[in-house]
Write a protein that binds this ligand. Structure first.
Ligand code: NAP
Length: 293
């Protein structure tokens, strides 16, 4: 029941029409009997500052920020969490007395998803496919979790090099190296990798594509983590499985970035059973068959 005490949260982006976040947050609020609603806010290009100031003036409790505003929003924040500052992008704004504080819950969300899926980072040989905004954050997560080594493969070598240099600066040693995507066949033959797929290739509607099409590459992958969640089974994931590896999609990362944001807004810890309920609602909203996996 919406009344004069109802708190409002939401997601700002462009586009936002296909967002799954209302399914996550409204399921959690309903289950916890919180007087809180979560709405999508389409913010036109060039109006991020007005949107953040307006949200504060309208007493919004919290806002998620999605493409293309995760970096553009930074100048309009009162404060930033240290992880968000290192990553240089935020996806969650939390109301404080004088303005919003920015957090990045995408990476803690990915990490929580990986832990639940039994995927370990510490001590691993990691391949990152892509060198965009998310790949950069993944590389920082891998450095913080002390992977054994990291190779960043990207179509544009320079972008992979920039991330590798930055990560090596953070680690204080040569932890990461950059290679051109087309040079995937030059990887050391004896190593099998945890491979994190952080390009856009294979996303709906171009679901028949994978960023690397060669089965020989996939025989080197013991675990494939595709950050794409639509479709739920990407061609990358199918190729990993066909060649003997385990494969996961980005749906749980999406779930847990939302769960962590909700925890920041309300101060209430969300248990595993409720997270699972929100996961099921997300899947239902996306038309994905409802197994508990
Ligand atoms: P981005 O900054 O635009 O980066 C895109 C990356 O994909 C770049 O490395 C780009 O290579 C590469 N790429 C694009 N088209 C390619 C092609 N045809 N062949 C080879 N490489 C290609 O995107 P982003 O924001 O990092 O997002 C990356 C992925 O993460 C998306 O698929 C998105 O859905 C996913 N994501 C998932 C979640 C979640 O919660 N699960 C959250 C955020 C994002 P170049 O550098 O050469 O252009």
């Amino acid at each position: 029941m919406i009344d004069g005490y109802t708190r409002v949260c939401g997601v700002m982006g462009s586009p936002v029409e296909h967002t799954m976040s209302p399914a996550i947050h409204n399921t959690i609020s309903k289950a916890l009997e919180e007087n809180l609603v979560y709405l999508p806010f389409h913010v036109p290009a060039g109006q991020v500052g007005e949107a953040v100031r307006g949200a504060f003036a309208l007493n919004l409790l919290g806002i998620n920020v999605t493409v293309p505003y995760k970096s553009e929003v930074l100048p309009f924040l009162q404060e930033m969490d240290s992880l968000a500052e290192t990553i240089g992008a935020v996806n969650t704004l939390v109301r404080t007395e004088r303005g919003f504080k920015g957090y990045n819950t995408d990476m803690p969300g990915l990490y929580r998803a990986m832990c639940e899926d039994g995927v370990r980072l510490t001590g691993e040989n990691v391949l990152i496919l892509g060198a965009g905004g998310v790949a950069r954050a993944v590389a920082i997560l891998c450095a913080r979790k002390e992977v054994r080594q990291m190779i960043i493969l990207n179509r544009t070598l320079e972008k992979a090099r920039q991330i590798a240099d930055e990560v090596n600066g953070i680690a204080g040693r040569k932890l990461a190296e950059a290679r051109r995507l087309a040079e995937y066949d030059t990887l050391p033959a004896e190593v099998r990798y945890l491979t994190i797929q952080a390009t856009n290739v294979g996303m709906f509607p171009r679901t028949e594509e994978a960023v690397i099409e060669d089965a020989a590459f996939y025989r080197r992958v013991h675990t494939g983590y595709d950050l794409i969640f639509n479709p739920a089974e990407t061609r990358f994931m199918s190729m990993v499985r066909e060649n003997g590896g385990r494969a996961f999609n980005g749906l749980k990362m999406l779930l847990y970035q939302g769960v962590i944001a909700h925890e920041l807004w309300t101060g209430t810890k969300i248990g595993a059973a409720l997270a699972q309920k929100a996961y099921m609602e997300m899947k239902k909203a996306m038309g994905i068959p409802l197994c508990s996996c």
